[in-house]
Write a protein of this length. Structure first.
Length: 622
């Protein structure tokens, strides 16, 4: 089996024409099969609809036949009863009753002739034993007998009455009791009542002409018992189809295993309520579905053969030159010199309509263009490498100059500033008590300006070192970092700093992360205008990053300054003290951005501030 699949795969990839042919054939098979399936489904539906309509019409015709059967019985009974009652002697009535019983031996059973009050005058048993041994029983005067309840209703109402279906105890044969009042114009009211047991096997015999090859016929009484049908052994059984109410006229469907059935129900009867049900299988009763399937498969195969035949010429025209070009391209690639242009092997011949030469010319032009672009790219790469080296050298020189500048600022610039501060301190101490109040204030102002200058120089140095002087990145447990920052800042006892437990561990430079939290927490402490200060530090996991927040209940920041406070040398109140250099938040912003995050503030004047910043979970590069 594996060998077979190997050859199939090899055949599939060997030629483009193979793939095209098989793909087209497969598409045709799918489309034509779908068309055939659609045809089969629609054909089955047409057949099923035809059978459903035919079944309903059949049930309707059988219902009319059942009604005619009972009407014929009533006509016979009325005419015979009138003739018997009009006889003047009981002997004549008995003879006519026997004759009537012999004429309809398989239709009627027990016969009773009642007087106008419902008492029995004449009786003839329904069995052969009764006829032979007992004969006609005449009662003079008439006697009371216990008869069916329907007979009592007929006597009371004076109308034709039919009982519900009954079944003989020994044979299980269904029968009904019909009571026909006999009215004579010369006599007021009903002169007599004719009571007859009707054997419903006669109805089954009458319906025997309706033969169903793939179904069953049922005549049901109001209780769902079978009183007639296509199977004599089912007489007396209950309605066999579950889930379908036989009292609901119309057409219903159900499944028996994998076979679908349709049941048409139609009511019948004038004096007795009966239901006619025709149960027949769908589809197989007619051979149309099989013919549709066979025809669909035949036309599908024929269409596939036609498509393959027509593809033959198309493949010869379009795909054969492309296959040759593909082989030559593979040869050029396998030769190890893909920059070479394709030259067809000797001995190749093509039909006059072949466009292989055009394809080869276009391919060779593409090869030349690729070669020229590759050479140009190599030249540009060499030039770029030279430029990168020069820029790297210049950047290294600039870094060295900036480092030298840092040392100059740190030593040469801060030295005179420290001297001025020291000199002001000496003058204040030496001339204490000799200077007036204004002179002492001016010396204090000079000292505060010198201290501010020192802090400003330190801030500039820190700002310049960020991004230029890097330390190795490592995993930083922020729980430890924040705790150390709080200990360094030593907030007043009136301050309450709340840190959300379980701060994450991030990747970064430890010194920069310490500066980040030290500036944010220190600013909140330094600018607090409430007696009871509060700072809340939180962190939320946002999938690929952490979002931190530092919230305080300080004076707040107006919305128009939300962007300004992150710019270097920008302070909201320069007169508030020498510590406001305007570098702290700009330093924080640069640390966060170098880490790959962002920072912003949400604040209103008098309602405190919340500084938010984000840090990627695995560092900027990841």
């Amino acid at each position: 089996m594996n060998r077979f699949f190997f050859y199939v795969k090899k055949w599939w990839y060997e030629k483009l024409s193979h793939r095209v042919v098989l793909s087209v054939v497969w598409i045709c098979v799918v489309l034509l099969s779908a068309q055939g399936a659609f045809t089969v489904i629609m054909g089955r539906r047409i057949v099923d609809h035809f059978i459903e309509s035919r079944n309903y019409e059949l049930a309707k015709n059988i219902s009319l036949n059942v009604t005619d059967f009972f009407n014929d019985l009533l006509d016979i009974l009325e005419s015979q009863a009138r003739q018997i009652v009009l006889q003047h002697s009981q002997e004549s009535q008995s003879e006519m009753l026997v004759t009537f019983r012999e004429q309809y031996a398989y239709t009627f059973g027990n016969l009773y002739l009642l007087d106008g009050t419902g008492r029995v005058r004449v009786k003839l048993g329904g069995t052969l034993y009764d006829v032979m041994k007992k004969g006609v029983e005449v009662y003079e005067p008439p006697v009371e007998m216990e008869l069916d309840e329907s007979v009592n209703r007929a006597v009371a109402s004076g109308l034709i009455t039919v009982s519900g279906s009954r079944f003989y105890n020994y044979t299980g044969t269904p029968y009904i009791i019909m009571t026909v009042p006999v009215g004579i114009s010369a006599i007021t009211g009903n002169a007599a009542f004719f009571v007859v047991n009707v054997d419903l096997r006669t109805l089954w015999t009458r319906l025997g002409k309706y033969l169903l090859k793939d179904g069953s016929l049922y005549v049901l009484d109001s209780e769902g018992k079978i009183v007639a049908g296509s199977n004599r052994r089912e007489l007396g059984n209950t309605w066999p189809i579950e889930g379908i109410d036989f009292r609901q006229p119309g057409t219903h469907s159900y499944k028996e295993g994998r076979q679908k059935h349709t049941v048409s129900i139609y009511p019948s009867g004038q004096y007795l309520q009966l239901y006619v049900a025709v149960d027949q299988r769908l589809g197989p009763s007619l051979g149309l579905s099989r013919w549709i399937i066979a025809g669909s498969l035949f036309f599908t195969l024929l269409s596939i053969l036609v498509v393959v035949f027509l593809l033959r010429g198309l493949l010869k025209r379009a795909l054969y030159p492309i296959e040759l070009l593909t082989k030559e391209a593979y040869k050029a690639a396998e030769s190890g010199k893909p920059e070479n242009e394709i030259v067809l092997s000797s001995g190749r011949t093509f039909p006059e309509y072949s466009d292989i030469e055009v394809l080869i010319s276009a391919f060779n032009g593409m090869v030349r263009g690729v070669n020229e672009a590759r050479k140009k790219l190599e030249r540009m790469n060499r030039e770029l490498e030279v430029r990168v080296k020069l820029r790297t050298r210049d950047l290294e020189a600039a870094n060295r100059e900036l480092e030298n500048f840092s040392y100059i600022v740190s030593h040469d610039l801060k030295a005179p500033v420290r001297g001025i501060g020291q000199l002001a301190s000496w003058i204040k101490n030496d001339y204490q008590g000799k200077l007036d109040e204004e002179g002492a204030r001016m010396l204090d102002l000079l000292q505060s300006r010198v201290l501010r200058m020192n802090r400003l120089i330190d801030g500039i140095l820190q700002y310049s070192r960020i991004g230029r002087m890097k330390e190795p990145e490592e995993d930083i447990d922020l729980n430890v970092t924040v705790s150390e920052v709080i200990d360094i800042l030593a907030p007043p006892e009136s301050f309450r700093i709340e840190v959300m437990p379980g701060l994450p561990t991030v990747v970064g430079e430890p010194t920069r992360m310490t500066q980040l939290f030290q500036n944010l927490i220190g600013n909140a402490i330094k600018h607090m205008d409430k007696e009871q200060g509060r700072i809340i530090i939180k962190c939320e996991d946002e999938g690929g990053r952490f979002r931190f927040s530092v919230e305080d209940n300080g004076p707040g920041v107006a919305e128009k300054y939300h962007e300004k406070i992150f710019q270097i040398f920008q302070t909201l109140d320069r007169r508030k003290g020498e510590e406001n250099t305007g570098i702290g938040l700009s330093l924080v912003k640069r640390i966060v951005e170098l880490q790959g995050g962002s920072i912003w503030v949400e604040s209103e004047v008098g309602k405190g501030s919340v500084f938010f910043f984000t840090i990627p979970k695995r560092g900027k590069e990841r």
